[in-house]
Design a protein around this ligand. Structure first.
Ligand code: FAD
Length: 378
């Protein structure tokens, strides 16, 4: 990796993190290359244009007001967004009974609602006290790290129905089982979002041409510096194998890949033991998303906004992703954590049937008659 293969910075991974890093490096006129293992950029941002002519997101889709950089890129690239459809009532299918309400607060008993509000107040207090940088070094960290979210929910909430709803919501947010992450981790995620309110309203708007428009436009502008089909297998300090094909010589490396994949890269000298242990032990989130396309958004005619929560389904949460100015309707259905693992273990037909059956249970028999379903395991 000398001569033409010598750069100031090598960025590993052309997901949004790697491309954003490259974008900034390029802006400051440094020499760089982005090495991407797959044959396309975007990583967990992936959009497909369906045979019906609409674009759906199989991965990340929504942004909200605190995603200021994404807003700036959207403006720069002239991308249009649509607000999430929220007019109408939400379905809460809890404890075996569907309830429909206009309010954002779940239709639980007075005691359970008070319980949830108290839990939210507690979270707000902690988030206020937690430092944005290095939260693990704060005075609160040790105590908060003693609790998984699951254990905290069990101990902090006093009513079973509030616990059930809180678990349903937190699982949808974290996409991992709640006994796999610590309270500190969850609070820090909320802190980085600005507040619990921001997290609760995270799905504010989405890109009509698909979220992939952003990484695609970035990669187009970065041009040949983004190399596809180029997995990074080893990072070696002071190598003298500089003339080997496929070797890049650089002063800096930015590894912008999920931690679990970063662990599959060989490092010479090896990384610190604490870092290696972290990458080996961190639970990998699982979130499965299905976009179910209908002839029309039938739920809207029934006064529903398409948002639903289901504590007994493998589909746990839905939202309306119908593009503006179209006749068709799109329901986006989510599964994650252990529910996602159950769904992903099914064969394709059984998985699709389960998704549709859950939607029928949530909405109405009309949910069965769909035009197409697009989904991915992520
Ligand atoms: C189904 C789903 C829905 C989501 N919805 C939202 C949402 O609505 N809003 C939101 O904000 N977030 C959402 N997210 C999260 C969001 O997608 C991720 O946080 C974000 O895309 C992560 O970007 P990244 O660049 O860090 O990693 P990735 O997108 O994972 O990119 C990493 C890249 O590195 C490449 N790579 C890996 N190993 C190597 C290697 N050794 N050499 C070279 N390249 C390598 C990969 O191929 C990949 O392209 C969602 C995620 C999923 C799965």
């Amino acid at each position: 990796m000398v001569g033409k293969d010598k750069v100031d910075v090598v960025v590993v991974g052309a997901g949004i993190a790697g491309l954003t890093a490259a974008w900034e490096i390029n802006r400051h006129n440094h020499n760089f290359v982005v090495l991407e293992a797959r044959d396309q950029v975007g990583g967990r941002i992936q959009s497909v244009t369906t045979e019906l002519g609409v674009t759906v997101d199989l991965g990340a889709q929504w942004i909200c007001s605190h995603h200021q950089r994404m807003h700036a890129y959207a403006k720069q690239f002239g991308l249009k967004t649509a607000p999430t459809y929220r007019s109408g009532r939400t379905i809460y299918h809890l404890n075996g009974k569907p309830k429909i309400t206009l309010k954002e607060i779940p239709p639980l008993s007075f005691k359970a609602v008070v319980d949830l509000i108290q839990a939210k107040n507690k979270i707000d207090q902690w988030v206020g006290r937690l430092p944005q940088e290095e939260p693990w070094n704060s005075a609160l960290a040790h105590n908060l790290d003693q609790f998984t979210i699951d254990r905290w929910t069990e101990e902090a909430l006093l009513t079973q129905s509030a616990r059930n709803f809180y678990r349903l919501w937190a699982e949808a947010m974290a996409c991992v089982d709640l006994d796999e992450i610590s309270l500190l981790d969850m609070l820090w995620c909320i802190k980085t979002a600005g507040s619990l309110e921001n997290v609760l309203h995270g799905e504010e708007e989405w890109f009509i041409d698909g979220a992939h428009s952003i990484p695609r436009r970035m990669a187009e502008r970065l041009g040949e510096k983004v190399k596809l089909n180029t997995p990074v297998k080893r990072i070696v300090v002071n190598t003298d194998g500089a003339d080997n094909t496929g070797v890049w010589k650089t002063k800096h490396v930015i590894v912008a890949v999920p931690l679990i994949l970063a662990d599959r890269i060989g490092y010479d000298p090896p990384l610190l033991a604490s870092r290696a242990q972290l990458t080996q032990r961190l639970p990998q989130s699982i979130v499965i998303k299905f976009n179910v396309i209908y002839e029309k958004p039938f739920w809207r005619a029934e006064g529903l906004n398409g948002i639903s929560y289901y504590d007994q389904g493998l589909i746990r949460y839905t939202i309306d992703s119908t593009p503006p100015d179209t006749k068709i309707g799109i329901l986006t259905a989510f599964s994650g954590g252990k529910f996602g693992r159950k769904l992903s273990a099914m064969d394709l037909v059984a998985r699709r049937n389960k998704v549709i059956n859950d939607l029928v249970e949530l909405f109405s028999p009309q949910a069965r008659t769909h035009l197409a379903i697009y989904g991915k395991i992520g």
